[in-house]
Design a protein around this ligand. Structure first.
Ligand code: SAM
Length: 250
């Protein structure tokens, strides 16, 4: 039975890595790394640096798997993501089959593996197919949402209130019902612009936890153009951007 450890490594700062994650890394024989190509070479490098810094107690190997391309033009967004995940599952299954049956395999997940990360579902898919006997454990990590609130020194929720976590794509379709505090992730187009005339505060952060970290906060209508400009400049300079924000109706 191959053992897979899905290890949350935090959202950018190596000091986010927990003691539990360090112990898990030191039990790993081989790390599987999904290489997403040039635009996220920085993230692949960050993962490599984390292994080098923390997985010090025994030798390990690294197997790089080229991430399959995703059809970003497909009308059926969820279908395209499913196809992409199936292809990833197939490649990871192949990589697992190439390892010894008692191998411990590590997969580093950005932030926490439970939040907008496909690794757990991929392992579920592989286990369900039954081509390779696999058992897996999940080691939690610090999410970008936690880093965002810590950097802005704010609470995620208001007193006993709910919080809604969603994507830019869904926010573009409308403000979620029944919740005044909305965290937005995976937003390529700053969908919050649609609410610039409403009484909404924004707490925005990009490259959180890294030396390139950017933070802006204020009344949405007043700061959204600044965020847009800062974001465009940073994306042009680095070739990629990862940002997260909290919208709070006031
Ligand atoms: C595929 S999801 C992964 C989320 C991750 N599992 C987590 O726990 O934060 C990628 C999205 O997470 C957010 N994100 C991840 N790391 C970030 C960082 N260092 N700074 C800002 N946002 C980040 C962005 O919204 C990005 O589009």
């Amino acid at each position: 039975m191959r053992k897979v450890l899905i290890i949350g490594i935090g959202a950018g700062d190596p000091e986010h890595v927990t003691v539990q994650a360090v112990n898990a890394m030191n039990a790993v024989d081989v790390f599987l790394v999904l290489d997403k190509g040039d635009t996220t070479a920085d993230l692949t490098e960050a993962r490599r640096a984390i292994c080098e810094r923390f997985a010090t107690q025994r030798p390990y190997r690294t197997v790089v798997i080229a991430d399959p391309p995703r059809d970003r033009t497909a009308a059926d967004y969820e279908g395209a993501v499913r196809d992409w995940r199936d292809e990833r599952a197939r490649m990871i299954e192949e990589a697992l089959l190439a390892e010894a049956e008692d191998a411990v395999v590590g997969i580093l997940a950005w932030g926490d593996p439970a939040l907008y990360d496909g690794t757990i579902r991929i392992l579920d898919t592989i286990a369900a197919r039954g081509n390779v006997a696999v058992d897996y454990a999940v080691i939690p990590g610090i999410t970008s949402v936690q880093v965002l609130t810590a950097r802005h020194r704010i609470m995620l929720n208001r007193v006993a209130g709910p919080v809604h976590i969603t994507t830019g794509r869904r926010l573009a379709a409308g403000w979620p019902d029944g919740c005044d505090d909305v965290v937005v992730m995976l937003d390529a187009d700053l969908a919050c612009r649609a609410y610039r005339d409403e009484d909404v505060d924004i707490y925005w952060g990009a490259y959180l936890g890294t030396p390139d970290e950017l933070l802006v906060a204020g009344r949405l209508g007043k700061v959204v153009d600044e965020i847009d400009a800062v974001r465009r400049e940073a994306r042009a300079r680095k070739g990629w951007i990862m940002d997260t924000y909290l919208l709070r109706r006031v």
